[in-house]
Write a protein that binds this ligand. Structure first.
Ligand SMILES: [Cu+2]
Length: 113
């Protein structure tokens, strides 16, 4: 009986950790694929919070880049066919992003709240 109680308490604690984890997480990964950002057919707007680290992950085989054309801060990745590009967003606002190889079709919006 006592053993069962200990197991129940541990399970409860683990459950609390799982629930708390998303709030502590400040990472957001965004798919870079052939030839779209985020997800094929999905709305290409991603919202994160100030201070979050965004990681674009190359999943296709074509060369792509991440280039801000309009926004509080301009930044860009190099053109690459694999790997990732990480950026910590420190300024709130709306960032218009394209891949210069496949623009205007390959684009997305990043909102930093
Ligand atoms: Cu591209």
């Amino acid at each position: 009986m006592r053993k069962l109680l200990v197991v129940a308490v541990i399970a409860g604690l683990l459950g609390a950790l799982v629930v708390a984890a998303p709030a502590l997480s400040k990472r957001k990964s965004i798919e870079v694929d052939d030839n779209y950002f985020v997800h094929k057919g999905a709305p290409r707007t991603v919202t994160v919070h100030k201070g979050d680290k965004v990681e674009w992950e190359w999943e296709g085989s074509n060369p792509h880049n991440v280039t801000v054309t309009k926004g509080p801060v301009k930044f860009h990745s190099k053109t690459q066919s694999s790997g990732s590009f990480k950026k910590t967003l420190k300024k709130r606002g709306t960032y218009k992003i394209i891949c210069t190889v496949h623009a205007p079709k390959m684009r997305m919006t990043l909102k930093v709240k």
